[in-house]
Design a protein around this ligand. Structure first.
Ligand code: PGA
Length: 234
């Protein structure tokens, strides 16, 4: 691998990642950049709709996203689980309840991401399939803003677990124990099928799959109970 990348000074890597993946990708990119300092990385962080656009216009080397698109001819490799969870302020009355029935959520107000968000699509599909009708409050354009709004008591949120590590640690947010949750999505490395990948992109792809394999292994050795394994959301 090293041989292949030698002489690639000026090598460039353009990747775009889902807003939910932004919470762990920079760490991996840090390791990658220390290993291959000659590679210039450009990182775009955006929602699902924009990622689909970039794939369809072929303006990006590699995309890291939830559910790969069905309408585009792409190669997609899964590399990690992406559970979506219901998030509340720690003092919320439901915070200490176990196995909250889905129907109970109908009494709460939910903050939702903007149209174009993959998280929002997955959320809507999940509840529609179960004929649960949520009261939706504010529409909020980022994971960060959802977190702030949930903390401020404006409603509950549905977020990728990866986005709330710090808030859980600092006890600013809590994950509700809701029946059938989490909604289990996955992250994929995606590029157009047949795209000629540069050596840099090949190296990065190998790097990502290898670095995340350990995490994936850990997840499969320690899987979630079957009743929490829900269909992959879109
Ligand atoms: P998003 O995240 O909700 O910002 O579009 C993308 C995804 O997880 O698919």
């Amino acid at each position: 691998v090293l041989n292949r990348i030698k002489g690639l000074s000026g090598g460039r890597l353009r990747i775009s990642v889902a807003t939910t993946a932004n919470y762990f990708i920079p760490t991996l990119l840090g390791t990658f950049s220390r290993r291959y300092p000659e590679v210039t990385v450009s990182l775009d962080v955006t929602n699902r709709e924009a990622l689909l656009q970039q794939l369809s216009e072929n303006t990006v080397d590699l995309v890291i996203m939830g559910q790969p698109p069905s309408g585009l001819d792409v190669e997609a490799e899964v590399f990690m689980e992406n559970p979506l969870v219901v998030v509340a302020p720690p003092e919320h009355p439901l915070a200490r309840q176990k196995k909250i029935p889905l129907k109970r959520l109908q009494e709460e107000v939910f903050l939702v991401r903007e149209p174009g968000s993959g998280t929002r699509v997955a959320m809507e599909r999940f509840f529609a399939e179960r004929e649960i009708h949520l009261k939706t409050g504010m529409e909020v354009g980022s994971n960060e803003a959802i977190k702030q709004s949930v903390q401020a008591g404006l409603g509950l949120g549905l977020l990728s677990r990866a986005t709330i590590e710090q808030e859980l640690e600092l006890k600013r947010l809590t994950v509700l124990d809701v029946a059938e949750f989490p909604i289990m999505r996955h992250w994929y490395l995606v590029h157009r099928r047949g795209k000629r990948l540069s050596a840099v992109v090949e190296v990065f792809k190998e790097f990502m799959l290898k670095e995340t394999r350990a995490l994936l292994l850990k997840q499969t050795q320690n899987p979630l109970p079957p009743d929490q394994k829900i269909k992959k959301g879109g």
